[in-house]
Design a binder for this molecule. Sequence first.
Ligand code: ADP
Ligand code: ZN
Ligand code: ZN
Length: 747
Amino acid sequence: MDNAPEHHSANSLSQKDLFKMPIIRVALDVPVATLFDYLASDATTHDIGVRVQVPFGRKIMTGVIMEVLDSSPVTPGKLKTAASLFHDIPPLPLTLLDLCRFCSNYYHHPLGEVVMNSLPSRLRSNKPFIQKSTPPFQFRLTDAGRHADTTSIPVRSIIQHRLLNRLRENGVIKPDEARQISPSAPKVLQKFREMGWIEEVPIHSSSAKSVSSPVLNTEQQTAFDAIANDIRKFNVWLLHGITGSGKTEIYLRLITLLLLQGRQTLVLVPEISLTPQLEQIFRSRFPTTLLVCLHSRLSDSERLKGWLQAQKGEAKIVLGTRLAVFAPLPKLGMIIVDEEQDGSFKQQDGLRYSARDVSIFRAKQENVPVILGSATPSLESYYHATNGRYRMLRLSSRAVKKAVLPAVHCIDIRSAKCIDGLSQPLITALENGLAQDQQSLVFLNRRGYAPVLLCKSCSWTAKCHRCTSRLVVHLREKQLRCHHCGHQERFPSSCPDCGDQDIVPFGQGTQRVEALLAERFPNARILRIDRDSTRLKDGWEKMLKDIYERRVDILVGTQILAKGHDFPNLSLVGILNSDAALFSTDFRAAERLFAQLMQVAGRAGRADIPGEVLVQTEFPDHPLYHALRRHDYAALAQTLLSERKMAGFPPFVYQALLRAEAPQISAAMNFLTSAAELAGSTTGGVEIFDPVPAQMARLKGLERAHLLVQSGSRKKLQEFLTSWHTRITTLPIRKVRWSLDVDPQEF
Ligand code: ADP
Ligand code: ZN
Ligand code: ZN
């Protein structure tokens, strides 16, 4: 031991002591698919899930203890000793560590990165976390407690009777009041809690009145009963209900049920910041329940606070975006994924997980139901629901009495008279809306003034030098902007190719439509809503307020507007420029377009106003528009599913994409070719395609290519990926960045 190198922090111990010392296996945020072993003198299996500081190279890093062992394959003399264990918060639940293991295996991503990235950043740092005391709380009698049969409590159990009587008189009891009744009160209250008779509520908000809930209609009741009857079991429920059919109401009822049982609900939504209404609805329905939001726009400390409240089981409702799927929830009772088809549930870098799919795994692991809600389910989910793997529940009419679905009409712009891209029937409809003091919405999914800057004499167009994309004209700022990489440049005064000064914006974006409408309807109050106009903090909330309080006549906007907003005064929706997606090379484009148009169309005519939707198109006979006119999701889904089956696309096959990017396309392609060669003979049941450039062949200055592999069997694909991935890591890579994307959504 005399010659032991310096980094042997255990060099004061004898070899014999070393053998007896427990070994911890630690997850660290490093990009290698392995965990790291350290000596930790007093670690026990209770320390699994505890954060720990360890020496790593020349640094000190914080990781999470995944296992505690009594031997390690590493030579004992080579093991370093852990610096310190953090006992500042309770250990991460074992189920959460298993969830991370699943993600690591399924997405072929290093476990250490998965574990560490699931934590709020404050807990990844090398400093222990000092907790402030938790807010004061009290116990509140639940409905179950109010109606509980007291004859089930033995007469002798005086404390139980006294506590229950006090609760029935006052509705609530504080912990110290209870202790005055008897020192054993906390134990009794704990028992009441387990029976669902009482619940913990923060003291400050106990006076708030909750909003009453409407009587469920027959379809809602049927759906609620089905889930409620199986509330303690894993099932994937597909709640397929048209916009406004009252899906949210069902979520609220189910959450009420879980609150009675003292259990937590995780609600995942695409983008909370776009739907402040939803948070409001939840808060006003459950004013005394601790609800936390978890999303990436929170500050580190806000996120940490919510995360800890979830971890302690205090937060009964966790409302979050995809990252919330990794929140620790010791009393998890149900997961809801609202708008399950939304692309934002899939992370597009790092761990490329789908929060929806991880939710399903998590629900299965914890044996709780998961509800996928949507008006336009993803074809994957819909297919599983029709073949019996998921259980389908339908809501086919709008929940509010009298509210009917809007009438959808196509305007054939090959024959209709158009002025600056606006057809006469749409203009007339907008005029009528103004005359009747009702709101209208013009939807097009393209921000900026025009998507192209064109030279009329030589057909030059302005392109991004870093991406395979055209630069978008932002006229007001006199700028050209790339919507993919953020590059901006000034407007050229003449064509860089031929020198002609006749360069013009071509095509329409929201800014241009806004300008056209302002010219056409000088007295109308027009509001543009897109990512540019809502960028300012609180901008979006102020805009929503203006819409509600009827200070807006015509809205012009992108898909931001489509998400979950209830605009009570909106009667007309006009849809521009949706044709391009009909003929996209992306096999999911039609599905996405339909979902988007159904969502936008669903904004029209919610309350007492009948709605109308006008779609400007050159292809009024396309099956997608047929289905849209009849609000017939099922018909389109059948068409698209049979196309997918014929072509061998998901959900009939499972896919993975090996992505590569490099400064030179040849480097990326060579890497992929070598990877394909590695796959060689081991491809039983797995199809391997040739490497091809990505749809967006260049992004942020890097050339991109990919290689698709697919199989009819998820298991076979996974087996293949596991061995292939290991071999790919041995490839010499020079200047190539690669990643494996399981169940890819973008190509
Ligand atoms: P979805 O989430 O399916 O789009 P919501 O849950 O937002 O639909 O419901 C749409 C509207 O209908 C809301 O204003 C909601 O308060 C109302 N609503 C829901 N269920 C009922 C019901 N059973 N009776 C009356 N109104 C209802
Ligand atoms: Zn030119
Ligand atoms: Zn760019």
